[in-house]
Write a protein that binds this ligand. Sequence first.
Ligand code: F6R
Length: 614
Amino acid sequence: MCGIVGYLGNKEAYPILIKGLHRLEYRGYDSAGVALVNADNSLKVYKAKGKVADLENYAQDKDCSGTIGIAHTRWATHGEPNDINAHPHYSQSATLALIHNGIIENYAVIKEDLKKRGFSFQSDTDTEVLVQLIEYIKTTNKLSLEKAVQLALKQAIGAYAIAVIEKGNPNQIIAARKSSPLVIGVGDDEFFLASDATPIIEYTNKVIYLDDEEVAIIRRGEELSIKTISDVEVTHEVKELEMSLSELEKGGFEHFMLKEIYEQPKRLKEALRGRINIDETEVNLAGIREHKDKFINAKRILIVACGTSWHAGLIGEYLIEEFARIPVEVEYASEFRYRNPIINKDDIVIAISQSGETADTLAAIELAKEAGAFVYGICNVVGASIPRNTDSGSYTHVGPEIGVASTKAFTAQVTVLSLIALTIGKLKGELTDENYLKLVKELASIPNKMERTLKTNQQILNFAPIFTYARNFIYLGRGYNFPVALEGALKLKEISYIHAEGYPAAEMKHGPIALIDAEMPVVVIAPNKGMYEKTISNIQEVKARKGRVISIITEGDETMKELSDFSIEIPETEECFVPLLASIPLQLMAYHIAVVKGCNVDQPRNLAKSVTVE
Ligand code: F6R
């Protein structure tokens, strides 16, 4: 949510900043801007509504010289997306320019106060208030920029990742963070700044992650200096990134989303390597084994997450309760954090997040830690805030997910939750050896079965145009496939803008059935496992009302095929692993319907990849 890039070094800053913005565009894409201290020491700000390409068009005939600059791609919170509200924002005297990711919650009070002191505001943003406050503190107290930033941030309530540069000073960027991510790349005589490591990896693999309320003083020819906003010096270990540049490219696919759907077999195979032994007889999840007493003795597991990660959490509930026999509750992180939940010291809280930066999930983690619970993170982005703020955890290890709609991260989260359930189930002796071995073997075979599932792509591509007329969809599933129905509906909504709802199949008769007519496509996840006969009855109920059924069925199931208008076959697997296969045709269906409708699949309207505001 909002992308930040910065550069200070010996190269021209502008091309580096623009390339960085393109890499971060998945975080927000309603407007973009850049600020540079030009070769003549002037401070220039260029910004434009729309995509980074619109900014490039706007700036093409401008002076973009200089070896220092900051840039931003926006996801609007305060003020509509337009040129004026785009970042960077100048201070009153245009001597400072600032970019910001986050929300300054007390901006209105500060703004009123500054207005009384003669400041005027161009934009509707909370960000402009912050840069004005910095200028006010700096000039009235005759302070350095560094000190003024520290003092201003002491007054700011809310979340921020910021970078500020100053007219006449081509040698310094001041950056800071609280509850919004910020990474500093350390090169040879150059520094990079970004919301995540993706704009940095091209130049250096050495990074430093700032912690909350820390200010980085980045100066040409000097070592990086980091202080808290209370002026206490801190040192951070320089970390090495493992990401490769090719992971950030589309690799011949039309969209990142399609690439990421297709990557699932390979990525999951890699993620399982080392976690399932070579004979496929044992799973080993280090994070669980290292804390095995906690998991064996846990009275309850609470799972907190948002969106797609919450859907994975629901599948985790079924898995852990079935195999480890520990009661599980799954909560939206945003509800959990504000509803005064009961958290006990012997509870384990599992926080699931692709980005590892989701503000609500981070807040839920804080609450759980304060209550003394052990917190386990499941995260995809290495080094993100969630893995740095949890007691232990597992990475999903499926590489950067750039398409805004989550796909490979979801199946990877479900895979890690399967490993967790099997590991605890075995440690607790809840699983018979026979059952355990059967499940481990089957889990190891899932990547190959995913490969086979992807062969349904052509069939889905062929029928997708038929459904672009639809204004609503219903998704139905039972047991493990109820969360798959929710996830399928979310995928369709977010990228094709077709309204869709997921329900447990048996719930249909309690209300949603009123919606079914010849216009209503109903997607039913109907494998030959679980409540097969009951799902057949649900399909009959839809057909009796002329609904159009698209079913996800087990290979060779002629009965379901005959009942359905369209059916997509997936390989046979254990009931608990059906979500890992069934979600793939649903991802492909959402993708193809959205493409036929002409939607921007990788950057759907109003969304952003990493939701760092509440
Ligand atoms: C949907 C999607 C979102 C995220 C949600 C949580 O495709 O991507 O619903 O799942 O914003 O994000 P993370 O997992 O990064 O915490």
